[in-house]
Ligand binder design. Structure first.
Ligand SMILES: Nc1ncnc2c1ncn2[C@@H]1O[C@H](COP(=O)(O)OP(=O)(O)O)[C@@H](O)[C@H]1O
Ligand SMILES: [Mg+2]
Length: 424
């Protein structure tokens, strides 16, 4: 025992000196030095009160196992750092080096990681031997949130400076937190969207029960408004349900071939009366040959419907809406693709809005969308449907000239033996 004391004191002093030099150079703050030195002292004291060191007998084949352990560590996608009792870095996997680019082995962890909670946590684990988890937010280069699991490694007792004693496992929670924030936002938005027509309905019901009870003309007028509001709620619920249905099946790729040109023609026929009513010339241009893709007919019909409806609602003032289909030739090893364009000659969309249009409830002009019966979910539905169909949506628009929504999908080209008849 007596011979161990100088070793840990020496190490503590050496690290304290390094830390002080760093502090003077302005690299480390005092709180970190104090906690690091405290950790060392605690480690040393613990070491002194424990049983003498008994190393396990060296197992045959240890170098091979070491290589396996190292390979395992290298392949863990989350950062893992091993430190010794003095909180000096003994091992760090590639993910840890990416997170802390200056990280060097055999230097105190506090040089590279300014996180008092983690250092305090290590100290506590060294003292109690019980694992714990603390939060850590890395701010550079981008903000990332981690749950840091600090665990004691089963090492032989003793001060064991220079041998890994503590393992830090950093679990990246950034994506999970982002999804959680999106979910919360979505629920808030959906509730607000449903609440608005509901409040209007309640207001009119109260008026009809009270002041307007005997006013036949007001009753007619209010019932008309109530009907519109109830229809708006129905549309919103329908869109929310289709979005969640599509999301549920987003990873199940469709397996039946369908003719996209035929679906586009059917949709244009269905929309013809509305186009006529609004004075819009709605046309479809497609080659005579079938344009086959693997897809769900109803979902693809909804995709085209959403794009044509938008073109008529927001770009209809241009007087023409054109749906056209083209075959894009193979480029750089990619399969042939079918392109469907929906173009209008309306007022167009300012560039700052374009990247956000497929977000749920995002609208350039909420009032105009509502007035036209929009829910703000159409392009989100289009995006998720296309994800499922391995398709892509791109939006081109110029203010004052119009908008073109471009959908591309992989063309279905069966080997002669596996041809499946096209779905009607
Ligand atoms: N062809 C278009 N021309 C101009 N603006 C458009 C066009 N298509 C979509 N937009 C804008 O994108 C927004 C989002 O569209 P969408 O997700 O279908 O929701 P909604 O139509 O219910 O408002 C619309 O509110 C509108 O502001
Ligand atoms: Mg829409």
């Amino acid at each position: 025992m007596g011979s161990e004391q100088p070793a840990w004191i020496g190490a503590a002093v050496a690290v304290a000196v390094i830390l002080s030099i760093e502090a003077l150079a302005g690299h480390v703050d005092t709180a970190l030095i104090v906690s690091a030195v405290l950790a060392l002292v605690a480690g040393g004291l613990l070491g002194r009160t424990r049983r003498p060191v008994t190393l396990p007998p060296r197992e045959p084949g240890l170098p091979a196992r070491h290589a396996v352990a190292e390979a395992l560590l290298a392949n863990i996608p989350d950062p893992v750092i091993l430190v010794d009792r003095r909180v000096v870095v003994m091992e760090a996997n590639p993910a840890a080096r990416r997170l802390l680019p200056g990280l060097k082995l055999r230097h105190p962890l506090s040089f590279f990681l300014r996180a008092p909670d983690i250092l305090d946590g290590i100290e506590e684990v060294l003292r109690t031997g019980t694992s714990l988890t603390v939060d850590y937010v890395a701010r550079v280069p981008t903000e990332r949130a981690f749950a840091v699991q600090i665990g004691a490694l089963p090492m032989p007792d003793g001060p064991s400076g220079g041998e890994p004693n503590i393992v830090l496992f950093l679990r990246d929670l950034t994506e999970a937190r982002r999804l959680e924030a999106m979910r919360v936002d979505f629920v808030a938005n959906a509730s607000h969207e449903l609440r608005t027509p509901l409040s209007a309905l309640l207001g009119f019901i109260e008026t009809l029960q009270g002041p307007a009870r005997d006013d036949a003309r007001a009753r007619e007028q209010f019932l008309g408004i109530m009907r519109t509001q109830a229809q708006r709620m129905t549309r919103l619920i329908d869109d929310l349900l289709s979005l969640s249905r599509i999301e549920l099946r987003e990873h199940v790729a469709p397996t039946r071939p369908v003719d996209l040109a035929r679906i586009a023609r059917q949709l244009v026929d269905m929309q013809a009366p509305l186009a006529r009513e609004r004075g819009i010339e709605l046309t479809v241009e497609a080659p005579d040959t079938p344009m086959r893709v693997l897809g769900e007919r109803d979902e693809l019909l909804r995709v085209i419907e959403n794009l044509v409806e938008n073109a008529m609602k927001y770009g209809g003032s241009g007087g023409v809406v054109t749906v056209s289909l083209h075959r894009l030739d193979r480029t750089g090893g990619r399969p042939d693709r079918i392109e469907l364009r929906v173009a209008d000659a309306g007022p167009g969309i300012a560039p700052e809005h374009i990247p956000r249009l497929t977000e749920r409830f995002y609208r350039v002009d909420v009032a105009s969308s509502r007035q036209q019966g929009g829910t703000g979910l159409g392009l989100a539905i289009v995006k998720h449907s296309l994800n499922r169909h391995r398709g892509r949506l791109s939006i081109e628009s110029e203010l004052g000239r119009g908008t073109t929504m471009r959908v591309t999908l992989p063309e279905y080209r069966p080997e002669p033996a596996e041809a499946v008849p096209v779905q009607e």
